[in-house]
Design a protein around this ligand. Structure first.
Ligand SMILES: Cc1cc2nc3c(=O)[nH]c(=O)nc-3n(C[C@H](O)[C@H](O)[C@H](O)COP(=O)(O)OP(=O)(O)OC[C@H]3O[C@@H](n4cnc5c(N)ncnc54)[C@H](O)[C@@H]3O)c2cc1C
Length: 382
């Protein structure tokens, strides 16, 4: 972890000796106890930004290919702990290799341990900006330190939108987030607490329809709660949802409150937005299907995004609009959004990285850890 009190950029005294190797910066001794100078930035083969299944899978593959990746795992980036969205869930029961399931934080701890074991260096910092205008690429953290790499893998994920509804939050005994309230029906819907119970989905798009149909396999009924008097979902998805005997739609309605017994969610208060009338109805599972926010703001428009802010990648590939920058996981995928699909695209990114590095001039893998022989960003020909 980098000291936040440290100087914000590499010192100007860092120089090279003409062969590309650095000489030690000149330090003038004086009486005041100054913090030590930040070491010159070593140019890495690859910097990975993010820390979910996509980032860690990319890191494991890149490390095994002797690229000595540097990962910025984020410091509560986008409000999510390092490790990604899985840190916000209790049980993960669909990741291969773990029959019986395991907790989200335990799985992400295992991802991290595996990455380190393979040879990844991890910094617990959030990336504030990227400079893709010249090579090597520069990555600057929120603490102001700048690092450089020949290639970047962006795996910063997306954050599921949650609604601020009394009782649906995380804090306090009457807060039922992950105790009946979820932002991922496909992930949590099959849990025993939802079996043969009345459930509700908030949303009006295709995702809400899909989630309702998925939940209808398990629950006794599913109410889709939608603010407007018509759905946004495609006609075909609407037809499917409406045709299902267990699914009903509460139009022009909103969930006003989530209520429970101190342990689990038991009911919701539904408000009719046209009349203002409120009614409590039994509900043991409340699922938000109100979209995701991709974590791409720090890219500052240098990589092409779609209208919703997701990184655009070449179909069947993790290549972005900038040669040498790859994107993996939910930050470029608004369709599948699962840990295993994110991990799969992380693997693709690392393999495409290998092709890219080969094209860069058949550069040999590093024999020494990059951190053992730092060079300045300016000293390495690309
Ligand atoms: C409540 C919930 C439960 C879920 N349960 C399951 C399940 O059971 N099974 C399943 O397969 N999927 C589940 N999912 C979906 C799964 O978590 C995601 O599909 C998956 O985590 C996406 O992985 P990712 O690698 O793309 O990124 P994420 O998991 O989104 O991680 C990205 C990470 O990058 C960090 N980051 C963001 N910006 C920066 C930055 N600028 N600098 C540094 N770091 C940054 C973030 O802090 C975050 O930690 C669930 C999702 C949610 C919300």
């Amino acid at each position: 972890m980098v000291d936040p009190e440290a100087p914000s950029t590499a010192p100007e005294t860092a120089t090279t000796n003409g062969s590309g190797a650095p000489t030690m910066p000149t330090v003038e001794l004086d009486a005041s106890p100054l913090p030590p100078p930040t070491p010159p930035t070593p140019v890495r083969d690859v910097i990975i930004i993010g820390s979910g299944p996509a980032a860690h899978t990319a890191a494991i593959y890149a490390a095994r290919a002797e690229r000595r990746p540097l990962m910025f795992e984020g410091m509560l980036a986008a409000g999510v702990a390092a490790g990604g969205q899985l840190t916000t869930t209790t049980e993960v029961e669909n990741f291969p290799g773990f029959p019986g399931g395991l907790s989200g934080p335990e799985l992400t701890d295992r991802f991290r341990a595996h990455s380190i074991d393979a040879g990844t260096d991890i910094l617990t910092e959030t990336v504030a900006s990227v400079d893709a205008s010249s090579r090597p690429f520069k990555v600057t953290t929120e603490w102001g330190t700048t690092h450089a790499a020949h290639a970047l893998i962006i795996a910063t994920g997306a954050t599921a939108r949650r609604l601020e509804i009394p009782g649906a939050g995380e804090a306090g005994p009457e807060a039922y987030w992950q105790r009946g309230v979820s932002a991922c029906a496909v992930c949590d819907g099959a849990a025993p607490v939802f079996r043969n119970k009345p459930l509700a989905v908030i949303g009006g798009g295709d995702t809400a329809m899909e989630e309702a149909l998925f939940l209808a396999k398990y629950g006794s009924s599913v109410t889709i709660v939608h603010r407007r008097d018509e759905l946004r979902a495609s006609k075909v998805m609407q037809r499917r949802a409406l045709a299902h005997p267990k699914v009903r739609i509460a139009y022009s309605a909103a969930v006003d409150q989530a209520k429970g017994d101190g342990k689990l969610l038991q009911s919701v208060v539904l408000k009719d937005l046209k009349t203002g009338a409120a009614a409590e109805q039994p509900c043991n599972g409340l699922f938000f299907a109100v979209g995701h926010v991709p974590n791409t703001a720090f890219l500052g428009g240098q990589v092409k995004l779609d209208a919703d802010g997701y990184i655009l990648t070449t179909p069947g590939s993790t290549r972005t609009s900038v040669d040498g920058i790859f994107a993996a996981g939910d930050v470029q995928d608004k369709q599948w959004r699962q840990a295993v699909t994110a991990a799969g695209s992380g693997c693709m990114a690392a393999m495409e990285l290998e092709h890219y590095m080969a094209q860069l001039g058949e550069r040999q893998p590093q024999e020494e850890p990059a951190s053992a022989e730092p060079v300045t960003a300016e000293s390495v020909p690309v």
